[in-house]
Design a protein around this ligand. Sequence first.
Ligand SMILES: Nc1ncnc2c1ncn2[C@@H]1O[C@H](COP(=O)(O)OP(=O)(O)OP(=O)(O)O)[C@@H](O)[C@H]1O
Ligand SMILES: [Mg+2]
Length: 310
Amino acid sequence: MFGGKGGLGKTTFSAATAYWLAQQGYKVLVFSVDPQASLSDIFQRDIFGKGAVEIVPNLFAQEIDADQHIREYQDRIRRKILDMYGLDKVPDEIEQYIQAAAAEPAMEESAIFDQVVDIVVGGGYDYYIYDLVPLGHALYYLSMASVYDQWIEKITKLREEMQEYAQVAAILERKKQTEEDQILAELQDIRYRINTSSSILTDKEKTAFFFVIIPEEMAILDTQKAAALFSKFQVPLCGYVVNRVLPQELAGQQIPEYLRHRLEMQQTYLTRIGQLFGDQVLAYVPEFERDVTGLEMIRRMAEAMFGGAA
Ligand SMILES: Nc1ncnc2c1ncn2[C@@H]1O[C@H](COP(=O)(O)OP(=O)(O)OP(=O)(O)O)[C@@H](O)[C@H]1O
Ligand SMILES: [Mg+2]
């Protein structure tokens, strides 16, 4: 997972890392939940909402379309209601409720969360690269696992208690309790999916989380704060990658005053980064002469990050 403040290079590093791993022969999926479709931009291909698309051999990219997922989710709920209660048509009041619920912001979040769980639990790739949305939001997603889990646990418990009463009632009424069983099974399945995915995402053996930073004051301050919060959610922080470092050889050349100031400023913050994060800094990545889009720039970025082996 690549995380960090907005616009510092998460998508760039995700794409380059995926590219590099694919070059090493691994089957890789790079995915994002970003509605801005930045993987489409960097790979210069429209992949939004199209599932996993193969970009080059072994390298797959996927952009989740939350709205599409919500519509599918609504349909599944309708079908489940029809199945469970043996109806031909979803009752109007329930249909209204389904529509209203879909408009809630929480619905979008849970649809996204659900898709991420699908991807992570699904298997099929050697590596998954999760190109996160900017910090605050990413934290929110990660915290959802535990919030959901607590909520589901409560509901499941209630259901189980209800079922005990229902069983007594059923014995009295000589009825079978199949619908209660289905709801409970559904809840248990959700719990299983949440627990499996959050245990993968917080497992130090399986998951690595990298912070992207740049040598600027605000980026350093925000990252420090975020790092403290992330550790609360047991995100396995593996280190920092410093992006947009101006080439040092410029210092010895005839350069405009403006550029010299920028170099000096960066030097100050690089020193600060060294003091704060020390050997947790895994790489310094240069600022290129242009933005990183298209496979050729991605390849150059991979080389800058991992060395010339690609
Ligand atoms: N080392 C670099 N040299 C030149 N351009 C870069 C470099 N790193 C990133 N960029 C450019 O900076 C812009 C922002 O990068 P990117 O989209 O990867 O950031 P992000 O952290 O994913 O942003 P967001 O928070 O919006 O998702 C892009 O146009 C990218 O091409
Ligand atoms: Mg991005």
